[in-house]
Design a binder for this molecule. Structure first.
Ligand SMILES: O=C(O)CCC(=O)C(=O)O
Ligand SMILES: [Fe+2]
Length: 390
């Protein structure tokens, strides 16, 4: 299958053609052309300016994967100063060291780039900035850098979130798998291959039938990875990228479905002790360790966003001011609230939530507030529909 590409795209078209249908796309280099990172980190030969990187961020402690190793479904990881990483990278460009999941914005890098308008509707990072301890508690803004052949094994993104990933320099070879095919690539124990192109045919006999998109992302291009599209990525030449995991009204239901599925798996694994005192709370604890959040954490996220959108009818909040104006126009605010209402309805009907005080009451209260707004109580204008000026 062919990936779609757009040199330019309006936010409205991105919503209609990619966010709503949950389809991937590669956006052209114009979306990153103005980034400081693209100008200052890259030499005139198009390769990383190693000296500059070390001078700017050398002291930062960064997580580094050893791509030649396996650690469960991932790779072995260490931490080192960026300066040491860059020195090793220069010394041995094919040594397989891959700086990944470095919380780059948190280490002072937020001036180096600005998310493109179409992907600015980023509730996960708004919630993290507000100090919400769930889901996750840390932000989801990363920098990746590594030499030719460094790679990320096959995976689905955290919480079934979206990702966008922009190349500062270098190229990436991507494989994206159309959702709904997990039966073709998991074995009886629920294991999946680290590399779709190099796995045990006896363990994964159907892997060749998986419908997938294979493509190369060039310098400056941004890949949008929709929710639930498993993927693996391999760098071609010395490559630096910036990416965010993100979520919003369009994939909130996928995040909830993922949480509910994970919950069902935990309850199944613990079925022999289901009668024990405090079982519901124990199951939440395990869910939290396994999946990075639990029912209360997920509700706190939805509740925070619901209240933020409700406030839009009277105040232009700083949080939403960061989004492209399309995403805070009156129709978008109402659409976000409708989609939040749908997820709150599912949570209210979920027997797991019913057993976790004070969730049932909290869900009912927020649901009533959102339902009131959706039904037209706040059908008028919103406070900062016009690009943020109040
Ligand atoms: O660039 C990589 O190595 C991995 C990127 C990725 O998995 C993502 O953006 O979701
Ligand atoms: Fe990913």
């Amino acid at each position: 299958m062919e990936i779609q590409r757009r040199d330019d795209i309006s936010v409205e078209e991105f919503v209609e053609s990619f966010l709503e249908p949950n389809e991937p796309v590669v956006l052209g280099p114009r979306f990153t052309a103005g980034w400081a990172a693209r100008q200052t980190w890259v030499g005139s030969d198009g390769r990383p300016d190693f000296g500059r990187l070390a001078a700017l961020h050398g002291a930062a402690q960064v997580p580094v994967a050893e791509c030649g190793t396996a650690h469960f479904s991932d790779q072995r990881r260490t931490t080192m100063a960026l300066e040491a990483f860059v020195a090793q990278w220069q010394r041995d460009p094919r040594g397989g060291l891959y700086c990944k999941d470095w919380h780059f914005a948190r280490s002072g890098g937020s001036e180096a780039y600005a998310p493109a308008g179409p992907v600015s509707n980023d509730w996960l990072n708004i919630f993290c900035d507000h100090g919400g301890d769930e889901p996750g508690g840390d932000d989801y803004r990363f920098c990746y850098m590594g030499g030719d052949g460094t790679w990320t094994p096959f995976h689905e993104d955290v919480f079934r979130s979206y990702s966008w990933s922009a190349n500062i320099c270098g190229a990436k070879r991507w494989t994206l798998v159309v959702p709904g095919q997990t039966a073709l690539f998991t074995d009886a124990l629920g294991n999946w291959p680290r590399d779709l192109d190099d796995c045990d045919a006896a363990q994964f006999p159907h892997v060749r039938r998986v419908r997938r998109m294979d493509f190369v992302q060039g310098p400056g291009e941004t890949v949008f990875v929709p929710s639930g599209w498993w993927h693996q990525v391999r760098n071609v030449g010395d490559t630096i990228s910036i990416n965010h995991n993100w979520a919003n009204e369009f994939n909130l239901r996928f995040l909830y479905a993922r949480l509910a599925d994970d919950m069902a798996a935990v309850r199944h694994a613990l079925r022999d002790v289901a009668a024990m005192d405090g079982f519901a709370e124990h199951a939440q604890l395990i869910l939290r360790v396994d999946s990075g959040t639990d029912y209360r954490g997920f509700f706190r996220f939805v509740d925070y966003m619901a209240r933020l959108y409700l406030r839009q009818f009277t105040t232009c909040t700083d949080e939403l001011r960061r989004l492209h104006p399309h995403f805070r126009s009156a129709p978008s605010v109402r659409r976000a609230l409708r989609k939040i209402a749908a997820v709150l309805d599912m949570l209210a009907a979920d027997p797991v939530a019913a057993e976790l005080p004070p969730l049932p009451g909290d869900i009912a209260r927020t649901r009533a507030l959102v339902a009131g707004a959706v039904a037209g109580a706040a059908a008028g204008a919103v406070a900062c529909a016009d690009g943020g000026a109040q």
